[in-house]
Write a protein that binds this ligand. Structure first.
Ligand code: PLP
Length: 451
C-alpha cells in the first residue's frame, strides 16, 4: 500500500491546500476545487486517486519522453544508490556515472559540443550559461562583452538567471528582474504578430532584429544570443524556415556565442536527437534537461563546444552545484538514453508516431475554432480564433477560450496545456497510433464543448 491509498481523495486535497504551495498557481486557487491527486502512471496513462485513467498529452512537463513506468530506470537507480549514492565532482574526484554520461552526451551532441557541465535542471543550467559566456569573454580579454540577447515570450527557467533570460513579462514583474545585461528582441510568432507579411518575410524581419539590437548595444558588448529552437512554454511557436539561418549568419558575423536552449527540444522531441539538428542550428552551447532523464531524476547540463571549453583551461570556473553530476541521476539518464537509442524510441518517433500525429493534428485545422495547427516531431500547437481569416484573438477578460478548453480537456481525461489562446501538446515519444487517435478524439470533443 502506498500513502495515497491510506486517505480518501478529499482528505489528501485538503492537506494539499493547507500546506503545499504549487508553482505557477494562485495561492487559494485549489482551496475549493482541490488538486487532482496523481497516484501512478504507465506508458502515456496517468492514474488519479479515484482510479481514473488520464492520457498525458504533455509528458508531465514535456519531459517523460520514454513514458512512465519503465522498470529499467528504477532498477538502475536502486543499484546506483546501493553502490555509490552520492559523491561530488568538485575537488579532483569523479565517478563512473558522471563521466560515462558526459562521454555519451558528447557523442550524441552535434559538431564539437564535447564538454558537459552538470546541473539539476534547465533553469540552473542556464544560470551556468550566463556565467560561462561572460567568463569566456572576460578570459579572452573582453570583459565588457557581457550582454546576452534573448527574446520576448521565451522561457528559460525560473531561477533568477533563468527568469532574467526568459522573456515572460509576468515573471519579470515578480522580483525586479531581469538582472542587468539582458536584452530582448521580438519572437518569430507569425500567427500572432506577422500581420500582412508572409511567414518567410516575417522570419527574416524578426531575425534581423538581432542585428539591429547588436548595433544598438554595440557589437563589442554582446556576449551571446539564446533561443529555444522552437519556443515551447511560449506556445509551441514554430519559427518560419527563414528565421534560424539568418540568426546563425548574424551570430557568426559578429562572433557572438549562440546558446540553443534544448530543454524541451532535446532527446527526440522534434524528431532528431536535438532541435538544433531539426532546425539547422550550430550552437556553441546547448542547455539540456527534461528528456535527458525522461524526468525520472532531476538533472540538467550545459553541453559546451571545444572553443568555449578551451578558454576555461587554466581558469578556475567558480561555479557548481552540490548535485552537479549526481551519480543516481546520471545513471538514470544513461539508461534513459540507452532506451531512446537502442530500444528504438527515436526511430518510433521518426517512422510511426510523428507522421501519424502530424496527419491527425493538422486535420484539427478544419475545426471552427482552430486557426493554424503547427507541429514539429512530437510538439504541436493549435491557435484558437474567432476568425480564421483575420487571425483574430478571443477577448481575454472573461477567461480565455484556451483556459476553458484546457478545463474541458481535463474533464475529458486528456492533459493538454493552454498558453493564451494556443492549445499545446508534447506527449511521451512512445505513444502508439491508437493512443494518438484517443488523444485527438478527446481534443476534438473538448474543442466542440467550447463552441
Ligand atoms: N528552458 C526551457 C526551454 C524550458 O522549457 C524549461 C522548463 O520548462 C527550462 C529551461 C527550465 O527547466 P527546469 O524547469 O528544469 O529548471
Amino acid at each position: 500500500t502506498t500513502l495515497a491509498n491510506h486517505l480518501p481523495t478529499a482528505e489528501l486535497q485538503a492537506l494539499d491546500a493547507a500546506h503545499h504551495l504549487h508553482p505557477f498557481t494562485k495561492g487559494d486557487e485549489l482551496n475549493e476545487k482541490g488538486a487532482r491527486v496523481i497516484t501512478g502512471a504507465k506508458g502515456v496513462w496517468l492514474r488519479d486517486s479515484e482510479g481514473t485513467e488520464i492520457l498525458d498529452g504533455m509528458a508531465g512537463l514535456w519531459c517523460v519522453n520514454i513514458g512512465y513506468g519503465r522498470e529499467e530506470l528504477a532498477e538502475v537507480a536502486a543499484r546506483q544508490m546501493k553502490e555509490l549514492p552520492y559523491y561530488n565532482t568538485f575537488f579532483q574526484t569523479t565517478h563512473v556515472p558522471a563521466l560515462m554520461l558526459a562521454k555519451k552526451l558528447a557523442e550524441l551532441a552535434p559538431g564539437d559540443l564535447n564538454h558537459v557541465f552538470f546541473a539539476n535542471g534547465g533553469s540552473d543550467a542556464n544560470d551556468t550559461n550566463i556565467r560561462l559566456v561572460r567568463t569566456y569573454w572576460a578570459e579572452k580579454g573582453q570583459p565588457e562583452r557581457d550582454v546576452i540577447i534573448s527574446r520576448w515570450n521565451a522561457y528559460h527557467g525560473s531561477t533568477i538567471g533563468g527568469t532574467s533570460l526568459g522573456g515572460m513579462k509576468g515573471m519579470h514583474g515578480q522580483g525586479s528582474l531581469p538582472i542587468p545585461g539582458i536584452e530582448f528582441i521580438d519572437q518569430p510568432h507569425w500567427w500572432a504578430e506577422g500581420g500582412d507579411m508572409t511567414p518567410e518575410e516575417f522570419g527574416l524581419e524578426r531575425a534581423r532584429q538581432l542585428e539591429e539590437k547588436i548595433k544598438e548595444v554595440g557589437p563589442e558588448k554582446v556576449a551571446a544570443f539564446i533561443g529555444e529552437p522552437i519556443q515551447g512554454a511560449g506556445g509551441v511557436v514554430v519559427p518560419p524556415s527563414t528565421y534560424w539561418p539568418e540568426i546563425q549568419r548574424i551570430c557568426k558575423k559578429y562572433d557572438i556565442l549562440l546558446i540553443a536552449d534544448e530543454v524541451i527540444c532535446g532527446f527526440g522531441r522534434t524528431g532528431n536527437w536535438f532541435g538544433s539538428q531539426t532546425l539547422g542550428i550550430e550552437p556553441d552551447i546547448m542547455t539540456v534537461a527534461k528528456g535527458l532523464s525522461s524526468g525520472y531524476a532531476p538533472i540538467g547540463a550545459s553541453i559546451i563546444s571545444d572553443k568555449v571549453a578551451k578558454v576555461l583551461d587554466g581558469t578556475e570556473f567558480n561555479h557548481g552545484y552540490t548535485y552537479s553530476g549526481h551519480p543516481v541521476a546520471c545513471a538514470v539518464a544513461l539508461e534513459n538514453l540507452r532506451i531512446l537509442e537502442e530500444d528504438g524510441v527515436i526511430k518510433h518517433v521518426q517512422n510511426v508516431a510523428a507522421p501519424h500525429l502530424k496527419e491527425k493534428w493538422e486535420a484539427l485545422a478544419d475545426h471552427p475554432l482552430v486557426g493554424e495547427a503547427k507541429i514539429v516531431g512530437m510538439m504541436a500547437s493549435i491557435a484558437l480564433t474567432p476568425d480564421k481569416a483575420t487571425r483574430a484573438e478571443f477577448a481575454t477578460d472573461a477567461g480565455t477560450v484556451g483556459y476553458i478548453c484546457r478545463e474541458r480537456c481535463f474533464a475529458n481525461n486528456v492533459i493538454m496545456r493552454h498558453v493564451g489562446d494556443r492549445m499545446i501538446i508534447s506527449p511521451p515519444l512512445t505513444i502508439t497510433p491508437e493512443e494518438i487517435d484517443i488523444l485527438i478524439e478527446r481534443a476534438r470533443k473538448s474543442l466542440d464543448e467550447c463552441l
